[in-house]
Design a binder for this molecule. Structure first.
Ligand code: AMP
Length: 532
């Protein structure tokens, strides 16, 4: 006879998070610093009340469960209201990256079939330029101004918030995020209520995002990027105070950290670099943070060293839009207190170990059926699986995984015996010289350790004898002189001799993608006719 479980029926939906935050941490603040320098303050209870008003307003527009509602916006409290308002109405919040190119914006709005689009006034020019290409959008609403038609405050202000969240299954979709992709059209990743809830439970753990009720978090990572690294959900789960800035100016960020008592900053390495440079230029100490979270691209050792040295708990995470995004994170090992700074930095410079819930493995780049050993030496294609990892892109006809649910990340990595993942490249960016792989990422990391180098990118150039050889493209820091020989000498101390670039080219600018990463595709195109 089969036996039934004896526990209650609760669908894991994200509305549970905001109910909890409003009930148990109702007075905890959500602060927004707007681009014009003004500040507004609300609380978790206030966010919940506004989100319920938004649910009513969405229903009046005829938005039904599963319909897509888009935002084109920076980080602020009204955007946070939308996270809970749209999902609380059972609809799908589609956060759009305003830095995408027009063709990509046209494609994703049409592909998502967004019915409502809510935008910041600074992005009104995009809306004006493209709205005629978006016939699916029935209603445009402006978050922060009444100069562009219906304003958000007027729209939800007409409601009283006396309603209930839309109920449904925990497997219902709730968020849609497109990856910019290096080739082809952007692809939509559709998060579910359940995947977000499980990602939240994992995220708040000390050995993951390490959040608690005392945390005062400034998520500089944009709300349109990769589920905002899960902060709107995780902060509600623990009742953390959230501090938003609608601009990413280092001066503004530093002032805000000091005035709001921020303990925790989450941003891509470029943000950390800007904050450090700003403080150094003014001879100011770093704001007194306890936690530094980074990810999105490899965190340079020099920055980690500064932050660890300043006593911050540095968490370097790896993930992608397809993994909700947190999958692995470099946290403190059991013997951490005995380690010297050099070793601590080495651990944090790698991408860390899988968070509970996510599994990782590497397979041979040429033969995916061959799983590779965790020996810290053999690099291969990094694959992941778990309940918050993608199964199928939105509207795709086939799964993005193999029959055992492994998703190929497009990253190249080696896995150490203790499970630490170390990224060495993107599958498309590895340089194959004489049949052996050269890691462009390692070359770049070595190059940016040079005091005069602001940014560096290594790409493979066709070579008659070796198939491909690396060249290094470098942007100098303003006013700095970089002697190619001194750079080559530095590289020689960090990588194998045969990895050394055949040429070093100095440029004013390296092309970036819409999400701010180096666009190797465009760089390769730029150097298409380059001959060695
Ligand atoms: P996205 O989906 O735009 O967040 O991009 C995900 C990709 O960013 C990953 O597949 C990696 O190539 C890269 N990435 C993310 N985190 C890291 C990290 N900590 N170190 C190096 N690369 C990273």
């Amino acid at each position: 006879m089969s036996v039934l479980g004896g526990m209650q029926d609760w669908e894991l939906r994200v509305s549970l998070l905001i109910d909890h935050a409003a009930r148990e941490h109702g007075t905890r603040e959500i602060v927004t610093r707007w681009a014009d320098g003004s500040t507004s303050r609300t609380t978790w209870a206030g966010i919940r009340h506004d989100a319920l008003k938004m649910v009513q307003a969405l229903r009046k527009l005829g938005i039904r469960p599963g319909d897509r509602v888009a935002t084109l916006a920076m980080n602020h409290n009204r955007h946070l209201v939308s996270w809970y308002g749209v999902t609380g109405a059972g609809a799908v919040l589609h956060t759009i990256n305003p830095r995408l190119f027009d063709e990509q914006l046209d494609y994703i709005v049409g592909h998502a079939e967004d019915r409502v689009l809510i935008f910041d006034a600074v992005f009104a020019p995009i809306v004006e330029r493209l709205r005629s290409n978006w016939p699916c959008v029935e209603q445009f609403i402006c978050f922060d101004s009444s100069d562009h038609g219906l304003s958000f405050d007027a729209w939800i202000g007409a409601e009283n918030g006396e309603t209930e969240w839309t109920t449904g299954s925990e497997r219902d979709p709730c968020m849609l995020c497109y990856t910019s992709g290096t080739t082809g059209n952007p692809k939509g990743v559709m998060y579910e209520h359940r995947s977000n809830m499980l990602h939240t439970y994992a995220g708040i753990m000390p050995q993951c995002l390490d959040l608690d009720a005392r945390s005062v978090v400034l998520p500089v990572v944009p709300m349109f990027h990769a589920n905002n690294w899960g902060f709107p959900w995780a902060a509600a789960a623990v009742g953390a105070k959230l501090v938003y800035s609608a601009t990413n100016d280092a001066q503004v960020l530093c002032d805000l950290m000091r005035s709001e008592g921020v303990t925790y900053l989450a941003g891509v390495p470029t943000v950390w670099l800007a904050v450090l440079q700003h403080c150094d230029a003014r001879g100011e100490p770093l704001p007194p943070l306890t936690n530094a979270l980074t990810g999105g691209s490899a965190m340079p050792r020099a920055i980690i060293e500064r932050l660890v040295g300043a006593g911050m708990r540095v968490a370097h995470a790896w993930g992608m839009t397809e993994t909700s995004p947190v999958a692995t994170i470099a946290y403190e090992s059991a013997d951490w207190d005995e380690l010297d700074l050099e070793r601590r930095v080495t651990i944090k410079a790698m991408q860390g170990r899988p968070v509970f819930g996510v599994q990782v493995r590497t397979v041979d780049l040429d033969d995916p059926a061959k799983e590779l050993p965790r020996d810290g030496k053999t690099a291969g294609a990094l694959q992941v699986r778990g309940p918050w990892v993608i199964k199928r892109y939105f509207k795709a006809e086939a799964d993005a995984t193999d029959q055992d649910q492994w998703f190929d990340t497009g990253d190249v990595a080696l896995i150490h015996a203790d499970g630490t993942v170390q990224l060495t490249d993107r599958t498309k960016d590895v340089i194959k010289s004489g049949g052996e792989w050269i890691s462009s990422v390692e070359l770049e990391n070595a190059a940016i350790a040079h005091p005069g180098v602001a940014e560096a990118a290594a790409i493979g150039i066709a070579h008659p004898k070796w198939d491909e050889r690396p060249i290094l493209v470098v942007v100098k820091k303003p006013g700095a002189e970089v002697d190619p020989e001194s750079l080559r000498d530095l590289l020689a101390t960090r990588v194998a001799k045969w990895w050394l670039p055949d040429a070093i080219e100095f440029v004013d600018e390296i092309p970036h993608t819409g999400t701010g990463k180096i666009s190797k595709k465009d760089l390769r195109e730029q150097f298409r006719d380059y001959r060695l």
